[in-house]
Write a protein of this length. Structure first.
Length: 269
C-alpha cells in the first residue's frame, strides 16, 4: 500500500488509479477515501485519480497532536502529490475537502490546473453556517437518531427509500474519538476568505439547492470571491449531490476538467 510521510512523520495513505491527467479527489470531514467509491470509476475513464485518507482516518496515522487544520490537510495533499511524482493536478474537493482544496489552490497556484469546489464554504465570519435545528439534530443523545438525521441531510427521502447502503459519506467509524474531535475543530476553524482572491485556477463551484448541512448560500460567496469562478446549482440535491445526482454532477465536472465547452462562466443549474 502506498504511503507518503508528512513533515511531522505521519504516514498518509493514498491510492492512484486510472489514466490521463492527474485528478485528486478530497473527501469530507472525518471520512476516508471511500467517500468517492460510487463515482470514482467514472473519473478514472478520463483521469488518473488520486484519493487519500486524511490523517486521523482510514489507513493513515492518527496522531493525537495539534496537526489537524484545513491548511495542514492541504500540506498533506502536497506531500502525497510529491510522493506520487505529480507536479500539477486538477483538484476536486467536497465539503471539508473543498475547504482543504481552497488552501491548496490559494497557496500553491502552480500545482493546480483546474479546481472544483463542491458543497463547501469559505468559512469564518463570511461563511453561512448551518442552522440551529441542524446542529440539534446532529447532537442528539440517541446515536441512531443522530445518524439517521445525518443520512437525511446527505440524501433525499426518495434516494434513501431505494438505497440501503452501505453509505461511505457518514464518517469513518474506525476513527478514534480524538481524531474525530480534531477533524470537527479543523473544519469549524476554516477561514479562507482573505486567501480566495489568490486562486488563479479556473474554478467550478457546485452545490445542491436543498443542502442544509452546508447551506447553499455559500456557493455564490465562493463564486464571487474567486477571480475565475463559475457556479452550477443542482435542483433538489442535498449534501451528497455528487453521489445521488451523479448523472448530473459527474458529466458536469468531467466537461469542466476536460476544458470542453460544457461549462461556461455564469452557468446556473
Amino acid at each position: 500500500m502506498p504511503f507518503a510521510q508528512a513533515a511531522d512523520g505521519a504516514a498518509l495513505y493514498y491510492e492512484v488509479r486510472g489514466a490521463g491527467e492527474p485528478l485528486i479527489l478530497l473527501s469530507g470531514q472525518a471520512n476516508d477515501h471511500r467517500w468517492w467509491d460510487s463515482v470514482r470509476a467514472d473519473f478514472e475513464a478520463e483521469f488518473t485519480t488520486v484519493v487519500m485518507d486524511y490523517r486521523g482516518t482510514g489507513a493513515s496515522d492518527r496522531p493525537d497532536t495539534d496537526t489537524y487544520s484545513t491548511p495542514g490537510f492541504a500540506r498533506d495533499v502536497l506531500t502525497i502529490l510529491d510522493h506520487a511524482g505529480i507536479g500539477q493536478a486538477h483538484v476536486y474537493g467536497t465539503s471539508m475537502g473543498g475547504r482543504v482544496a481552497q488552501w491548496v489552490a490559494a497557496d500553491h497556484p502552480g500545482r493546480v490546473d483546474r479546481l472544483v469546489l463542491g458543497c463547501t464554504s469559505p468559512g469564518g465570519p463570511h461563511g453561512v453556517e448551518r442552522g440551529p435545528e441542524v446542529r440539534r439534530a446532529l447532537a442528539q443523545f440517541d446515536a441512531d437518531a443522530a445518524r439517521r438525521a445525518l443520512r437525511e441531510l446527505m440524501y433525499t427521502p426518495g434516494w434513501l427509500a431505494g438505497h440501503d447502503g452501505p453509505f461511505h459519506t457518514l464518517g469513518d467509524s474506525s476513527m478514534p474519538a480524538h481524531a474525530r474531535r480534531r477533524h470537527l475543530r479543523a473544519s469549524a476553524r476554516h477561514d479562507a476568505w482573505d486567501a480566495l482572491p489568490r486562486i488563479t485556477a479556473p474554478t467550478l463551484v457546485v452545490h445542491g439547492t436543498d443542502d442544509l448541512f452546508n447551506p447553499t448560500a455559500n456557493a455564490p460567496l465562493l463564486t464571487d470571491r474567486i477571480p475565475d469562478a463559475r457556479m452550477h446549482i443542482i435542483p433538489r440535491a442535498r449534501h451528497a449531490y455528487f453521489e445521488e445526482f451523479a448523472d448530473i454532477a459527474t458529466p458536469l465536472v468531467l466537461a469542466f476538467l476536460s476544458k470542453g465547452p460544457g461549462v461556461r462562466p455564469g452557468i446556473r443549474g
